[in-house]
Design a protein around this ligand. Structure first.
Ligand SMILES: [Zn+2]
Length: 499
C-alpha cells in the first residue's frame, strides 16, 4: 500500500468561485416518518467533495479535527463531513477504496456476513468531476478506475427500487448514515439522528429525497460535521471520511439582517448576534418573525453554533429580559455580553436563573471610560460607552449604550453601535482606540448615514471601511432612501463582509 502518497483528500472538482456564496443552506434537520434526520445536499459541479483517510505520514486521520488540521496547512477548511464507508479494526477500508487515482483497497464482490456483505452493495465514486452511486456489479461492468471511490453496503436504493432484503417494520433500528445522488446529480448525505431500520432509511432516499441510487455508509458509529449547523459529532476514530471543503481564500463571512438592530455575523466557524431578541418594534420598527425567533431559540439553521450575543442597551426594541433568559437557557454554549442595566432587568425577571451569569460578560461603564476588552474564544471585542441618541436629555444620558467592535477569528471586524448619539464629542476621546484596528463593516443606526456628522465620525473617528445602516423604521425615511447609503430593511437580507 502506497500510504505515503495518500495525503490529504483528492481534489475532485474545480469549483466556481461563487460556489459557497449561494444562499440556500446545504444542511438541514428534518423529520420524516417519525425519525429525525440531518440532510446535507451538495452540487459537485461547484462544491468541492473529497475523501480523506490518512495523513502525509500514513497515519489514519480518523477525526474531523484531524482532517481540518490537515486542510489548514493549505489554508483550507471543512464545511461538511461524515464517516465515509466501513473499515477494519485498524481503520483500513473494507472493500474498494481509491483516492487520487490510487487503489488503497480492492473491490469485494462476494456476499458475506454483516451489512457490507448484504448484496447488492455499492460504490460512491467520482471520475474527472463526474460523481456516481452505483451497485457494485454494475460498477465493475463500467470498468472505470475512478479518481476516488469508496465501497460500502448494502445499497439502499437501486435504480429507484429499495434493496430487496429490507423488511418493512423491522425492529432493527440504529443510527445510520448514507449517501444518494439525485437525478440532477446532486449528492445528498443523510444521517438519522434517531434510530431507524433499513427499510425506513432507504425509503427516505427513494420517496423523499428522490435519489434513484443510494448507498449505506455505516451505522451506530455515524457522525456528522457541519460548520453551518455548528455540528461536530463526537465519537471513536473513523476510517474513511467524506468531506466538502470550503473554497480556498474565500472567507465566507457575512452579515444577515434579523430585524431592527438585530444582526447575525458569521465568519467561518465563528458566529455572533447583536440585539437579537427585541421585546417589540412598537409598530414602528421591524421585529423578528415568529419562525425566525423559534429557529433562534432552538439554535437551528443559520442560528446554530452561535458563540456570543452582544446587547447594545436594554431598551425594549433591542432587548427582552425574558426572551434572553429563555434563549440562554436553551442554548447552553452561547455567551452573553451586555451592559449592567440589561443584567439588572434579567435579575428582576421571574424566570431569572443565576447560573446563567457565569456565561455573561457584564459591562458597567461610564461615558468617557477607556475601552474595555472582551475575549470569548476566537472572538476579540471591545466595548465603549457612547451616549444614547437624544443626549443630553437625562433619561437618554442614563442609558448604558454600548458600541462594540468585534473581530471574529482574526478575520472580519465589525462594529455595532446601538442607538449612539451622532455627535463627534462622544467619539473623539476614543479615536486612538478605533484607529488601532480597521473595521471592515459597521452597523450604525441609520441616522449616522443621513447626517454629515455621522458619516464623518464613522470614517474618521471610528476607522470604518464600510457601513450598513440599521434601526430603519418600517416606513423607510426618504432621506435614507435617497442617501445612496447601504442599509438593512428586510429580514433575511445578507451582505458579504470583506477582509
Ligand atoms: Zn434605544
Amino acid at each position: 500500500m502506497k500510504l505515503k502518497a495518500v495525503i490529504i483528500g483528492a481534489t475532485i472538482t474545480g469549483f466556481a468561485s461563487a460556489a459557497l456564496a449561494h444562499d440556500a443552506p446545504s444542511c438541514q434537520t428534518s423529520r420524516y416518518v417519525e425519525t429525525d434526520y440531518t440532510i446535507c445536499k451538495f452540487d459537485p459541479s461547484h462544491d468541492d467533495i473529497r475523501q480523506f483517510l490518512r495523513d502525509e505520514d500514513g497515519d489514519i486521520l480518523g477525526s474531523f479535527e484531524a482532517v481540518n488540521a490537515q486542510l489548514a496547512k493549505s489554508g483550507e477548511q471543512l464545511i461538511f463531513a461524515m464517516n465515509g464507508g466501513m473499515y477494519h479494526k485498524d481503520r483500513a477500508p473494507v472493500g474498494l477504496y481509491r483516492q487520487d487515482g490510487e487503489t488503497i483497497a480492492k473491490i469485494q464482490t462476494k456476499a458475506s456476513s454483516g451489512n457490507f456483505g448484504l448484496l447488492p452493495n455499492g460504490v460512491f465514486y467520482n471520475h474527472q468531476g463526474q460523481f456516481g452511486v452505483s451497485e457494485t456489479k454494475a460498477f465493475t461492468q463500467k470498468s472505470v478506475f475512478p479518481d476516488n471511490a469508496t465501497q460500502s453496503g448494502p445499497m439502499l436504493v437501486i435504480n429507484g427500487k429499495l434493496h430487496p432484503k429490507f423488511n418493512k417494520g423491522s425492529a432493527s433500528k440504529k443510527i445510520r448514515n448514507g449517501v444518494g445522488q439525485t437525478k440532477t446529480g446532486e449528492i445528498v448525505f443523510v444521517k438519522s439522528d434517531t434510530p431507524v431500520n433499513f427499510y425506513d432509511f432507504a425509503s427516505l432516499f427513494k420517496d423523499q429525497l428522490k435519489t434513484p441510487n443510494a448507498l449505506y455508509l455505516d451505522g451506530v458509529i455515524s457522525r456528522v460535521y457541519s460548520a453551518e449547523l455548528g455540528r461536530n459529532d463526537f465519537g471513536a476514530q473513523m476510517g474513511p471520511i467524506i468531506g466538502v471543503v470550503k473554497p480556498k481564500g474565500q472567507t465566507q463571512s457575512h452579515a444577515q439582517y434579523i430585524a431592527n438592530e438585530a444582526v447575525l455575523i458569521t465568519h467561518g466557524d465563528s458566529k455572533i448576534m447583536f440585539d437579537p431578541l427585541p421585546l417589540s418594534g412598537f409598530g414602528v420598527y421591524p421585529e423578528p418573525s415568529f419562525a425566525d425567533t423559534a429557529k433562534m431559540m432552538s439554535g437551528q439553521g443559520e442560528y446554530a453554533g452561535v458563540d456570543a450575543v452582544f446587547i447594545s442597551h436594554a431598551h425594549r426594541d433591542h432587548f427582552s429580559s425574558a426572551k434572553m433568559i429563555a434563549y440562554l437557557t436553551s442554548n447552553p454554549d452561547v455567551r452573553l455580553v451586555a451592559p449592567k442595566q440589561a443584567l439588572e432587568m434579567m435579575q428582576a425577571d421571574k424566570s431569572w436563573d443565576e447560573t446563567l451569569q457565569s456565561r455573561m460578560t457584564i459591562i458597567d461603564m461610564e461615558a468617557g471610560d477607556a475601552a474595555k476588552d472582551i475575549t470569548i474564544g476566537d472572538i476579540k471585542a471591545s466595548a465603549v460607552r457612547i451616549p444614547h441618541a437624544g443626549w443630553p436629555a437625562p433619561k437618554r444620558a442614563a442609558v448604558q449604550n454600548m458600541v462594540y467592535r468585534v473581530t471574529l477569528d482574526d478575520g472580519v471586524t465589525v462594529i455595532h453601535m446601538g442607538d449612539a448619539d451622532p455627535r463627534r464629542q462622544h467619539f473623539i476621546p476614543h479615536k486612538t482606540h478605533w484607529e488601532a484596528k480597521r473595521t471592515d463593516t459597521a452597523f450604525p443606526p441609520y441616522w449616522f448615514l443621513t447626517s454629515a456628522a455621522g458619516r464623518y465620525i464613522l470614517e474618521n473617528e471610528m476607522n470604518v471601511a464600510k457601513s450598513i445602516g440599521i434601526h430603519v423604521p418600517l416606513e423607510i425615511p426618504d432621506d435614507l432612501k435617497n442617501s445612496g447609503q447601504d442599509y438593512f430593511s428586510e429580514s433575511g437580507e445578507t451582505r458579504e463582509l470583506g477582509e
